[in-house]
Write a protein that binds this ligand. Structure first.
Ligand code: IPD
Ligand code: CA
Length: 160
């Protein structure tokens, strides 16, 4: 009994070792295909993927399209994520709308989940609620943010 038990343990060890090798190969392959899939319309930052389809529309239309795709409008949470958003804006030479607005309470910018924003990159002098009608947030090719009327049309950028 002792011997056959050991043999079974060794067999399992060998199977685990094989699986470890297969997992490593799969991870490496997956990493490559992620890069292939986001080229040239998206960016990967850590666990997050930003992706545009080239569609342009107002805030409500963009928000709906991202939800429909199983994601949400881009909501950069730090400088690295904002840099990825900036790269897309620069590459398309078109500003995007973020998943951030102060529709509910003027001056209190929130994510689509209702939480107050924890990171921002406002252009100097923004947000200025120009004409009292700017509740959405666009990103310039500089990476800086401007509040802008939600009815304007901007490039879609979703995050997954
Ligand atoms: C405006 C300006 C302003 C900004 C507004 C924009 P416009 O552009 O850039 O600084 O705060 O959000 O609408 O209307 O003068 O072309
Ligand atoms: Ca503004």
């Amino acid at each position: 009994k002792g011997d056959s038990g050991l043999t079974e343990v060794n067999l399992l060890k060998r199977q685990v070792s094989v699986l470890e090798g297969q997992l490593k190969a799969l991870e490496s392959s997956f990493s490559k295909y992620k890069k292939v899939i986001v080229f040239p319309n998206g960016r990967i930052v850590g666990e997050k993927i930003f992706m545009t389809s080239g569609y342009e529309g107002n805030f409500d239309a963009l928000k709906q399209k991202c939800l429909q795709a199983g994601g949400q409008l881009a909501s950069p949470r730090n400088a690295a994520e904002n840099a990825a958003v900036q790269q897309i804006v620069t590459s398309y030479n078109k500003a995007v709308f973020l998943g951030i607005n102060d529709i509910q309470t003027e001056g209190q910018f929130k994510y689509l989940n209702g939480q107050n924003i924890a990171y921002s990159n406002w252009q100097t002098g923004e947000p200025n609620n120009d004409n009292g009608v700017e509740d959405c947030v666009e990103v310039y090719s500089s990476g800086k943010w401007n509040d802008k009327a939600c009815g304007e049309r901007r490039l879609i950028l979703c995050e997954f």
